[in-house]
Design a protein around this ligand. Sequence first.
Ligand code: PRP
Length: 185
Amino acid sequence: MTTMHPDVEEILFDEEKIAEIVRNMGRQISEDYKGKNLLLVSVLKGSLIFMADLMREITVPCAIDFLSVSSYGSGTTTSGEVRILKDLDASLDGKDVLVVEDILDSGVTLSYLLKNLSARNPASVRLCTFLDKPERRRVDIKADYIGASVPDKFIVGYGLDYDEFYRNLPYVGALKPCVYSHKEE
Ligand code: PRP
């Protein structure tokens, strides 16, 4: 039985449910990328746990790479500014790129990123997100693979943070508003 962190008001997906979602995503991706030149691109830091789980559910050959972007300060709302803090190690030439994200929120980060990666001569670029928060969308973007949709609450755990903490919670939960309301930007 999962013990809930005192700052969490509700568990949205427990470990068992997460494993089931990721297994299904891995199965679908493995079917779709048969015979392709799959490169998984993990967007740090939030996606690290999802990436580690997802890649082990993928049964076709794949390579991995990482990049880090920044669009948020320590608050809870996006500033709209996107910067690449750590770029990929290798070229995307001829690769079937699948961007792996923990959450698609306003879409600002991912729409910038997909444009940026598409300009590097890949064979294809698609987006896989574990969580989708469609209510918050500010730009027109849809993921090709979505694990689950979440309500417009502050989501933490399974890689997702508030002010860099809670990433290590093994479940996806909603943070109690009193924890972040005094810092909302
Ligand atoms: C989160 C998430 C996406 C982005 C999505 O990252 O991992 O990269 O925000 O938000 P958007 O759709 O509103 O652009 P964050 O900037 O919190 O960094 P982190 O992954 O290091 O936690």
